[in-house]
Write a protein that binds this ligand. Structure first.
Ligand code: PLP
Length: 400
């Protein structure tokens, strides 16, 4: 089949591939300890579900304005101001079909062939491919485990060239859990301003930060509007991955361009899901600290469990719900001296085949030598998965 050059520039998401294989095995009755999917295991809170049911019953099932219903855009701005200290008006907000759609559209309207986009690594798998699809070139800035995978302003400045148009900053980070502290984030904003570079803050995990970190948006910084673009999502904060509602906050000109693109592609996000999101933005947020407390317990258990495995090191994630251990000691050229696999993707495959543990190799995140484990799963399943991992690594050790 003759496909376009642009579709050939990207690949299917490596996380999706692992999840599909784990699901295939599960459908055959295989018991998998599943650390694959990056989505909350909690149900959407009842009051949000009920708002959607009410919307269906009230026949809120017509097209809506392309950029989302006005009450939702107003509510997102009010929520973001209250929770994260920004100051946007409805004309500076568009509702998208999830955060990923918002990112895709922002990149589409801001960059093209010849432009460079800075992405700190490890990165969320979709960032580079979205940039490549737009014809631009991703430029990676390596973060360090000893810094908790938190990117430094100085490293960003070094990577800037006359071609740099955009920096994509995801804090807390998927996959590393790295959090950029407010003072460093403000230094990064100052550098972006100096070099006239857009700063897109992906805040999908903003409310899942662990002490001493707090939810933070760079949009709270004074005079940030001309450079900052905020990507937000209902998916993680309100356990609403399947509803597909996210948003973009930015200058009115940018929002107009995004509205034009949406008007010729997706049109409005699902009307009923918008009413559910309106309830999320205006109703009780009690479920959020409850989920965070549960994630905090799971984080403790999984990080301690991983660190107890010989040859495995694991940085304390500051936010999100992923553990990101380094297993390079067990890979080709590693310090254990008896490699289990050539790289972490091969190791992930072995773990699924032999230990029945689903997780994702670091290569897709720009982090060879690492594995990503989502701990959005119960403590019981985490314990079971850790037992399997310990057994797998100790058997391999014993056989060596
Ligand atoms: N950004 C990051 C860093 C993510 O991990 C995800 C989802 O996994 C998204 C954005 C997109 O989420 P959604 O499109 O469900 O809002």
């Amino acid at each position: 089949m003759q496909l376009t050059d642009r579709i050939k520039r990207i690949q299917i998401s490596p996380t999706a591939a692992v999840i599909a294989e784990a699901d295939r095995l599960k459908s055959q009755g295989v018991d998998i300890a599943d650390f694959g999917p990056g989505e909350p295991d909690f149900p959407t809170p009842d009051h949000i579900k009920k708002a959607a049911i009410r919307a269906i019953e009230a026949n809120k099932s017509k097209y809506t304005p392309t950029g989302g219903i006005m009450p939702l855009r107003e509510a997102i701005c009010a929520w973001h101001k209250r929770e994260l200290g920004s100051n946007y008006a409805a004309k500076e907000c568009i509702v998208s079909v999830g955060g990923k759609h918002g990112i895709f559209n922002v990149v589409s309207v801001l960059v093209q062939a010849g432009d460079e986009v800075i992405i700190p690594a490890p990165y969320w798998v979709s960032f580079p491919d979205i940039v490549k699809y737009a014809g631009a070139t991703p430029v990676y800035v390596q973060t360090r485990p000893e810094d908790g995978f938190s990117v430094k302003a100085a490293a960003i400045e070094k990577a800037i060239t006359p071609k740099t148009k955009l920096l994509i900053l995801n804090s807390p980070s998927n996959p590393s859990g790295g959090v950029v502290p407010p003072d460093e984030y403000e230094r990064i904003l100052a550098i972006c301003k100096k070099h006239n570079v857009w700063l897109m803050g992906d805040e999908c995990y903003s409310h899942f930060t662990y002490e001493p970190h707090k939810p933070f948006s760079i949009a709270s910084a004074a005079d940030s509007k001309n450079n900052v673009i905020v990507i937000g999502s209902m998916s993680k904060t309100f356990a609403m991955t399947g509803w597909r509602i996210g948003y973009v906050l930015g200058s009115a000109d940018l929002i107009q361009a995004l509205t034009k693109l949406q008007s010729q592609s997706t049109s409005n996000p699902t009307s009923i899901a918008q009413y559910a999101a309106l309830e999320a933005m205006t109703g009780s947020m009690d479920s959020v600290p409850q989920m965070l407390a549960e994630y905090a317990k799971r984080r403790r258990r999984i990080v301690d469990g991983l660190r107890a495995i010989p040859g495995v090191t694991c940085v304390e994630p500051g936010g999100a719900f992923y553990a990101f251990p380094n297993v390079s000691a067990h890979l080709a050229g590693g310090s254990s001296g008896h490699a289990i696999a050539k790289d972490s993707s091969e190791l992930a495959k072995l773990l699924l085949d032999r230990a029945r543990v689903a997780l994702v190799g670091g290569e897709g995140f720009g982090a060879p030598g690492y594995l990503r484990l989502s701990y959005a799963t119960s403590i019981e399943r985490i314990d079971e998965g850790l037992r399997r991992l310990e057994r797998f690594f100790s058997r391999v050790e014993a056989a060596a």
